[in-house]
Design a protein around this ligand. Structure first.
Ligand code: NAD
Ligand code: ZN
Length: 236
């Protein structure tokens, strides 16, 4: 399964580029880059602190919960997401309790707003606590080496995590079916997860209100909102 921003639309997660996604009239391209973080880490953290606060108030919807039950039910079911909102993981915690098996965890291709990573030693951890971005002195630092921590998300111009990519494409190549939900499928390499699955003979099912770049390849297109279509598709 490959998911995108549309699966979180009904949870109220603001779209990155829409009016409500904008922050102080700044474009994401000017904040979500390694150069921006080098230039002004406090400003970048202030933006992420705001996004974490806004997105942190959103709850998983019926589609996230249904996907969580589906991935917990059997081995060999993989969720690959482009979303950084952490809602697939929240849904797993809601559906399955605190001990989420590693195999059921989503592959977050673009990272997560709720993880941080050390710029020097690369150590990652979950991070839900509020970030104090009032001065450079209060920004979070690595518990191991003391270097600055950054949001563990993929920024413009950065490559995707090779391990996450390998896991996603491995699952795609082995899949009998691939459900694509809530993505316009224009951002690569994420969208290629679906085309690789289709090339290897998987049945391609797309769910979403509008035609997408994958529509010509799809065996089945379900033109509906995720919260209605996904429970019907996975749990009927
Ligand atoms: P996109 O905005 O390009 O496409 C969203 C798709 O979802 C569209 O095809 C739209 O028709 C469909 N959609 C809208 N409402 C829906 C609903 N209720 N149910 C099902 N489908 C619905 O999003 P994308 O393809 O994920 O690409 C956006 C990029 O921006 C990604 O790289 C992603 O990392 C990032 N992003 C992430 C989030 C998030 O974490 N929630 C939000 C916005 C953007
Ligand atoms: Zn470190």
């Amino acid at each position: 399964m490959l998911t995108g921003a549309g699966v979180s639309a009904e949870s109220g997660v603001p779209v990155f580029r829409g009016e409500e996604g904008l922050w102080r009239d700044r474009r994401p391209e000017d904040l979500a880059t390694p150069a921006a973080f080098e230039r002004d880490p406090r400003l970048v953290w202030e933006w992420y602190a705001w996004r974490r606060e806004v997105v942190g108030r959103c709850r998983p919807n019926a589609a996230h919960l249904s996907i969580a039950r589906w991935s917990l039910a059997r081995e060999g079911r993989t969720v690959v997401t482009q979303n950084v909102d952490g809602l697939h993981l929240d849904a797993l915690l809601e559906a399955g309790g605190a001990d989420v098996p590693a195999r059921a965890r989503p592959i977050e291709l673009h990272g997560s707003l709720f993880r941080v990573r050390c710029v020097r030693c690369g150590r990652r951890r979950t991070s839900r606590e509020p970030i104090d971005a009032s001065s450079e002195r209060t920004l979070p630092r690595c518990g191991r080496c003391g270097a600055p921590l950054r949001p563990d998300v993929v920024w413009f111009g950065e490559p995707l995590d090779p391990e996450a990519l390998a896991a996603a494409f491995g699952a795609a190549a082995a899949a009998e079916a691939c459900v694509v939900v809530g993505t316009s499928a224009v951002v690569h390499p994420a969208a290629s997860v679906a085309t690789v699955a289709a090339d290897r003979g998987a049945c391609l099912i797309e769910v979403g209100p509008e035609p997408t770049a994958l529509t010509p390849l799809a065996d089945i297109s379900i033109r509906a909102r995720a919260s209605e279509a996904i429970p019907a598709l996975l749990e009927s």
